[in-house]
Ligand binder design. Structure first.
Ligand code: MRU
Length: 371
């Protein structure tokens, strides 16, 4: 792999072995500072992780889940000596608190459920623990929890590569792809979802060109996707979101590929605001519209997209995004961070378990092997 093809490492767990006053640390690449500055945040408290998720220093559905899983581990980091039940209470409280950071991406809750399941197991295992672990409840709980967080991180890496492999088969040499928001290594463990499809196609020798929607209001497309594609030397062209119809009408767009934050049982898909527009436009122009997402992004407990909670963010992101006021003081603002694309506008959902096509409840259950 050449220097420019090295995967982005947006999330790193450091010093796991050195549990003590100086460790461990959750190191995040601060995505709010890209592409201008490469700044890492070393987080040591649960509250710092909550803030990092809320303010989008770490963002993208899988990445939020991974960061939150490590975040609970930080609840064990304490200089004072605590009993086993105090440590467990802190961890459970941390999981509950981190779940309040962002409401839409189901990967956050999926990862925290896995962490909670580990905590439940530790409850019964503690009775059998002997010295020296018995004398260090926080250290022992940390060791077990980190294993689950690392497993979540590693699984996401594998799922993303599989999504890339399956999705790349849908693309031909020379294709023009249009994408929205950021779905690459920054948003996941390493390779991404929709961008993994592009990266893998490139690895397989296919030359692509990608139209990158700038992604108002926080410009994840302009700041992050263009950056990742350029690092990997994949030709790309940045467009404003409101140019997509014109681009589809006047340029050859072969496919639209986007990620997802939550997919309901019928295939309705929540993703970054502006995704639904693209699906409608793609349908009108008869361009296949694909979603790429790991199985951890499905929420089969809800029947359809109208039950997906949509995050609303502060008005300043629209009126004075990036520091300069662009709207009159006092104007009413509506700032939903996500929208829901109906499943019937989606040509296929690329998952690590296979391609879901057609997008129907039955096909989703079959590919995901839901019994
Ligand atoms: O608000 P963000 O930047 O977290 O939104 C991210 C997206 O909408 C992504 O498309 C989605 O999480 C998929 S990431 C692989």
């Amino acid at each position: 792999m050449s220097e420019s093809n090295l995967p982005v490492q947006a999330i790193r767990w450091l010093a796991a072995e050195n549990f003590g006053p100086d460790g461990p640390v959750l190191r995040l690449l601060d995505q709010t500072r890209l592409p201008g500055e490469t700044v890492y945040l070393d987080l040591v408290t649960v509250a710092e992780v909550w803030q990092a998720i809320k303010r989008l220093s770490v963002r993208g559905a899988p990445a939020i889940g991974i960061a939150a899983a490590y975040g609970v581990c930080l609840a064990c980091r304490d200089t004072g000596k605590r009993s086993f039940s105090e440590v467990m209470e802190n961890c459970r409280g941390a999981a509950e608190y981190l779940a309040t950071s962002r409401p839409t991406a189901v990967n956050l809750f999926w990862a925290l459920n896995r962490i909670n399941a580990t905590l439940d197991k530790l409850d019964s295992a503690w009775a059998r623990v002997t010295d020296p672990d018995r004398d260090n409840p926080a250290g022992w709980v940390l060791k077990q929890l980190v294993q689950t967080a690392i497993a979540i991180h590693d699984e996401d890496r594998r799922m993303c590569h599989e999504i890339g492999r399956i999705g790349a088969e849908l693309l031909r040499d020379g294709d023009n792809i249009l994408t929205h928001c950021n779905t690459g290594g920054l948003a996941t463990s390493e390779y991404g979802t929709a961008l993994s499809v592009c990266f893998t196609a490139q690895d397989h020798g296919k030359q692509l060109h990608v139209y990158v929607d700038e992604t108002r209001p926080l410009l994840q497309g302009a700041r992050l996707t263009a950056w990742e594609l350029m690092q990997r030397k994949i030709p790309c062209t940045l467009i404003c979101d409101n140019m997509a119809a014109h681009v589809m009408a006047t340029k050859d767009v072969d496919a639209v590929i986007v990620g997802a934050d939550r997919i309901a049982a019928n295939g309705d898909t929540a993703n970054k605001i502006g995704t639904y527009n693209l699906a409608v436009l793609a349908n009108f122009h008869r361009i296949p519209f694909y979603v790429a997402a790991p199985s951890s992004t499905f929420d089969l407990s809800i029947g359809s997209g109208d039950r997906i909670p949509i995050e609303e963010r502060q008005s300043e992101e629209i009126t004075e995004g990036f520091g300069r006021r662009t709207a009159p003081i006092g104007v009413n603002v509506y700032n939903p961070a996500f929208d829901v694309t109906p499943g019937n506008l989606i040509e296929g959902i690329i998952t690590e378990k296979g391609l879901i096509r057609p997008v129907t409840r039955a096909e989703i259950e079959r590919v995901l092997q839901v019994t």
